[in-house]
Design a protein around this ligand. Structure first.
Ligand code: TXA
Ligand code: MG
Length: 337
């Protein structure tokens, strides 16, 4: 199969929507990362997403809508807290978990009786969904286990020959995946941190909890609330270790342990001064780090790093999302100095 790159004029978006209506899988831009979209209500189409990605069948997909009016047909009930979150954060990088209506196939929800719904802010994504006239299931458009794609070329690299088309909407703006939350009584539980932070959600209710799976490695037999958390993710070939230390202690550590196959992931060019080591600067604040992390992880592979030492991100705001992704890339190896 030849994979076509499509532009974002109306005709191209209609063409992409037509493919989706026919049950095909299409790479689509969103403000977070590129998604691998298919008709969420079509079991065969959704099955093809799992095949193209090599994704485990029990890992549920997020269903994307173009307008809040599409929500009620898909979910059993909408808690008042969810309405408030939708008002504040939709369209945008927030996925909310609801009890699903039977119209959502079990294949889409990974066998769960719940479904994650998100209304993206990317205008091309919403236009495609509107033209298709069906909700669109879309995981990140990478092969399972690789970093999430933030450009159409990243998608092409992983999906060439596996899907008929990719819509090239330019670079993603946010570059970490959406925040995933569920509701329990009057509390919000963060299952996956993202651009919408704990602090943002605290504006809606005082009662925001971070699920254990966000910061800890769960043992294989744990019943997890968000199945995505139990799989190995975002793993470059290099053996990555997070160094939780200030610049001076970081420098001291990598000077002692690094060699010519080592690459450091740093906040500032000066972090590796006088160590003689190669480094990738992934930004000095959390927003930049969120934008650059996946690229930095891909670059580690491109330049053939064998070991990597990463400076530890902040654990607040968007930083929590960066830390959560980096922890998985590092297989939870953290050295605190
Ligand atoms: O920003 C995003 O969310 C991107 C773009 C394409 O929208 N999508 C994305 O999808 O990151 P994916 O499939 O790579 O990650 C979905 C995450 C997984 O961790 C999954 O376990 C969780 O959301 N999830 C989906 N449905 C769920 C449900 N019903 N209950 C709990 N967790 C769910
Ligand atoms: Mg993913």
């Amino acid at each position: 199969m030849e994979t076509r790159l499509l532009l974002t004029d109306d005709d191209s978006l209609r063409y992409a929507a037509g493919l989706l209506k026919e049950g095909k899988v299409v790479g689509i831009p969103t403000e977070t990362v590129y998604g691998l979209g298919a008709n969420a209500l079509d079991v065969d189409a959704v099955g093809d997403i799992f095949k193209a990605k090599g994704r485990p069948q029990d890992n549920p997909l997020i269903v994307h809508i173009s307008d809040i009016s599409e929500l009620e047909a898909l979910v059993e009930d909408i808690p008042p807290l969810a309405r408030k979150c939708a008002e504040s954060f939709w369209p945008g990088p927030l996925t909310m978990i609801f009890k699903k209506k039977p119209i959502i196939p079990d294949t889409t929800s990974g066998g769960l009786d719940t479904v994650g719904i998100r209304m993206p802010s990317n205008k091309y994504a919403r236009q495609i969904i509107k033209f298709a006239g069906v909700p669109i299931a879309a995981p990140s458009a990478n092969l399972s286990g690789s970093p999430s794609p933030t450009t159409a070329m990243h998608v092409f690299k992983d999906m060439n020959g596996r899907i008929p088309a990719i819509v090239d909407g330019g670079m993603s703006a946010v570059d970490v995946e959406s925040t995933v939350i569920s509701f329990e009584g009057d509390s919000i539980r963060i299952l996956r941190p993202g651009f919408i932070s704990k602090e943002d959600l605290a504006e809606i209710t005082d009662n925001v909890v971070i699920d254990k799976g966000v910061l800890e490695q769960l043992s294989p037999d744990t019943v997890v609330r968000s199945p995505g958390m139990k799989y190995r993710h975002y793993s470059p070939s290099a053996d990555v270790t997070i160094i939780d230390a200030d610049a001076e202690h970081f420098r001291g550590y990598v000077k002692e342990h690094g060699d010519s196959d080592t690459v450091c992931l740093v906040f500032n060019d000066s972090d590796c001064d006088e160590t003689g080591l190669r480094y990738i600067n992934y930004g000095s604040d959390s927003k930049q780090q969120a934008q650059r992390l996946f690229d930095a992880l891909r670059e580690l592979d491109e330049i053939g790093a064998k070991t990597a030492y990463a400076r530890c991100p902040e654990k607040t705001g968007v930083g929590l999302a960066v830390y959560n992704r980096l922890l998985r890339a590092a297989g939870f190896q953290v050295i605190k100095l």
